[in-house]
Design a protein around this ligand. Structure first.
Ligand code: ADP
Ligand code: MG
Length: 694
């Protein structure tokens, strides 16, 4: 049967039109009100919704329901319960109550909780998030939920995100009211998360323990060809990849994900998917679905999808650009400058709020993209540096500077694309160029936060953006609500922002060395270490802003801090174990066999009185390398066993300073060995094979 995109789209989603069709009209209205205006749902309504959801899901072949949530693992979780309820006559009926819809009870101690939950006080709840629609996947009805402890503390990525959305809505509403907006009811942060990934052959993947357990190669000498020819970006999509992309799109569209753009990325075997932006909460749920579906569809196609930030040494890693903006519920993009931005004071106030917040909380911005995986990527001339700055583009920067300096703004005229080919149509070009090197770039009517890692949940960075920008909006709203001369006060706000925080604006090449120097002179912090970045979470100003806007309490922050620190050294610890295993169980044994072969050949030649220098040299070389690898492995084991301190921070610092250097030392020796050993003998697929076998 021919695929019909319009009919298939959202086929598996309990979306607005299905809701309208399946629910009694007053229930529908109650539910819509809850969704739109964050009003709690009454239990009666929940019962009716649950019943309608169940009937719809069963019609679609579902047998189970799942409270789907996002623990602090960057991925999702949930357990599947069937709808069956046994009857005395041996039959079953299918049931799903409002209570089951609203509340679930997974064991909270089995998920990362940073000490909030102990095994003996394990109770946790999942609570229905009615702002993100339920959907069916693999015959289960997925109910998006927030995950909290018995004591109400957030244990997930979604809860603080939802809190931050409410908070920014409240204060952004105050601003737009000042500028005369009487119609909009809420302001919604919008997110479009571009997802980069690698796609490699499954057999190749299965034969590398590092890829399977760490998601990245921890050994491997460079491929003969990397990305130096710049021929992969947006090039022809290979047949197997194209089939994967088609299946992926279909699966995502059925679940209501607005999958829009697909293309090859810069590195060999690297690709990207970008959805159409939507409300931040749904976009974050969808990004999780995108990552999960990528993995599944890849597996079905005998491929493996790598979402790690740095799967291959020496080759560009993957990011997740978080495109962020603010929109009113009636669809007005608040970051749209319009044709005459210098007259659009509301726009300029929002931009000023963003500048102020990003400058004041650049440490949180950096933190929101910090992980050990991303540490290999940021600052490597393939991704933004670890210094946070904003690209605004010349026109907007000029407008703000002119206001700050009391200069009169010259209206600018639109420019046309000039190709010097008469048959090519002329069109008006954007008022500023693109900047691909900036961590946080204004791209016309939204910001593109380009630091986030490919495997990260996009909820955290979105939550941080919402939170910090809330504060400036709150402050500006307070000034303007009490203003006697609004125009004057707007000018003062803009000048103060430019004078105190304009240093964060940088429209040049952020990859350059000059910028590093310049940033230093401007007093911008360069927090390149993940551990240092995580430490900033506990800064007083950061604890204060989270608690002021009820995003995260002090104990919730502490718990996130612990989880991030724990994650850091545990990742290194796993990589160390995998390295030991791969080298001891496969690389050294096969190298020894190869050495034996060479020795035998050498002996045979000797018997014929032939001396071959190349063979003798190789034997000596390989033999020496085996010894040095063995020696360094022993050093690694001692370093690991030597350390028994229990605090996560101390462990992370120790692993960074003492274990990581040994791992890279071992890698160097092993990668050297790979180069001199016959391909046929090397026990794991090489970079050539991994990157060029599709
Ligand atoms: P790029 O050249 O960076 O790929 P696009 O214009 O294609 O730029 O947009 C990239 C992403 O930004 C897409 O996911 C798109 O939906 C998203 N986006 C566009 N407008 C907004 C907005 N107002 N809010 C959030 N995301 C947006
Ligand atoms: Mg982009």
């Amino acid at each position: 049967m021919k695929f019909n995109l319009q009919k298939s789209f959202g086929n598996m989603v309990f979306n607005d039109s299905i809701m309208k069709e399946k629910l009694p009209s007053d229930t529908y209205k109650n539910l819509k009100n809850s969704i739109k205006f964050n009003i709690p749902l009454n239990p009666n309504t929940a019962d009716i919704v649950a019943n309608a959801l169940k009937d719809w899901a069963i019609e679609k072949g579902a047998t189970h329901f799942i409270h789907w949530f996002q623990p602090m693992t960057n991925i999702t979780a949930g357990k599947h319960d069937s709808f069956i309820s046994p009857q005395q006559n041996g039959n079953i009926i299918l049931e799903f109550s409002g209570k089951e819809l609203i509340k679930g009870e997974p064991d909270a101690s089995s998920f990362p909780n940073g000490g909030i939950r102990n095994t003996f006080e394990a109770r946790g709840y999942t609570a229905w998030d009615c702002t993100s629609p339920a959907f069916i996947k693999d015959n289960s009805l997925y109910i998006p939920t927030a995950f909290c402890s018995y004591t109400g503390e957030a244990l997930d990525a979604k809860t603080p995100l939802l809190r931050s959305m409410e908070s920014i809505s409240k204060h952004a509403m105050r601003i737009i009211k000042i500028f005369g907006n009487k119609n909009s009811k809420t302001v919604i942060p919008t997110v479009g998360a571009e997802q980069e990934y690698f796609l490699i052959d499954r057999e190749v993947y299965d034969s590398r323990l590092d890829l399977k357990t760490c998601g990245r190669t921890i050994l491997g000498s460079p491929a003969v060809k990397g990305q130096e020819m710049e021929d992969h970006y947006c090039g022809r999509i290979r047949i197997r990849v194209s089939k994967f992309m088609q299946e992926l799109d279909k699966a995502l569209w059925e679940m209501g994900v607005y999958s829009k753009t697909k293309h090859n990325e810069v590195a060999p075997a690297q690709h990207e998917l970008a959805p159409v932006f939507t409300s931040a909460n749904i976009a974050c749920d969808h990004n999780q679905l995108i990552m999960e579906t990528m993995r599944i569809v890849a597996k079905k196609n005998n491929l493996a999808c790598l979402l790690h930030e740095k799967p291959f040494k020496g080759i560009n890693g993957s990011g997740k650009h978080n495109n962020w903006s603010l929109s009113t519920n009636d669809g007005q993009n608040l970051l749209e400058p319009g044709k005459t931005p210098y007259e659009n004071l509301q726009f300029l106030i929002f931009i000023s709020a963003i500048i102020k917040s990003i400058d004041k909380y650049s440490d949180l911005i950096k933190l929101s993209a910090s992980s050990i995986g991303n540490e290999y990527r940021l600052g490597g001339n393939e991704a933004p540096p670890s210094i946070v700055s904003i690209f605004l583009g010349k026109p907007i920067t000029d407008i703000l500077n002119n206001i700050a300096d009391g200069q009169i703004q010259q209206p600018y005229t639109s420019k046309f694309l000039e190709t010097k080919v008469s048959t090519i149509p002329k069109f008006i070009i954007d008022n500023s160029d693109r900047n691909r090197t900036s961590p946080f770039a204004f791209t016309g009517n939204k910001f593109e936060f380009r630091m986030v890692g490919s495997s990260a949940s996009v909820s955290f960075s979105t939550c941080i953006l919402n939170t910090i920008i809330t504060e400036s909006l709150d402050q500006f709203a307070t000034i303007l609500e009490n203003s006697k001369d609004i125009d004057m006060d707007i000018k003062i706000i803009i000048s103060e922002t430019m004078n105190n925080h304009g240093k964060i604006i940088f429209n040049g090449n952020s990859y350059s060395q000059e910028w590093k120097k310049e940033a230093n002179i401007r007093g911008l912090e360069d927090i390149s270490s993940t551990i240092d970045s995580i430490n900033h979470l506990l800064d007083e100003k950061n604890i204060n802003i989270f608690s002021k806007y009820n995003i995260l309490s002090k104990s919730e922050i502490k718990s996130r801090y612990e989880i991030m620190m724990e994650n850091y050294y545990k990742t290194i610890s796993i990589e160390a174990s995998v390295m030991i295993d791969m080298i001891e169980k496969s690389i050294l044994p096969t190298t020894i066999l190869y050495l034996g072969k060479l020795a035998k050949i050498s002996l045979n030649l000797n018997n014929l009185s032939i001396e071959n220098k190349y063979i003798s040299k190789s034997i000596l070389d390989i033999s020496k390398k085996i010894d040095i690898i063995d020696l360094t492995l022993s050093k690694l084991k001692i370093a690991i066993n030597d350390f028994t301190i229990s605090s996560h921070i101390k462990k992370s610092v120790y692993y960074r300073d003492n274990i990581l250097p040994i791992l890279s030392e071992i890698r160097e020796y092993t990668d050297d060995l790979e180069i001199i050993i016959d391909n046929k003998f090397w026990p794991i697929p090489s970079y050539n094979k991994i990157l060029y076998s599709i």
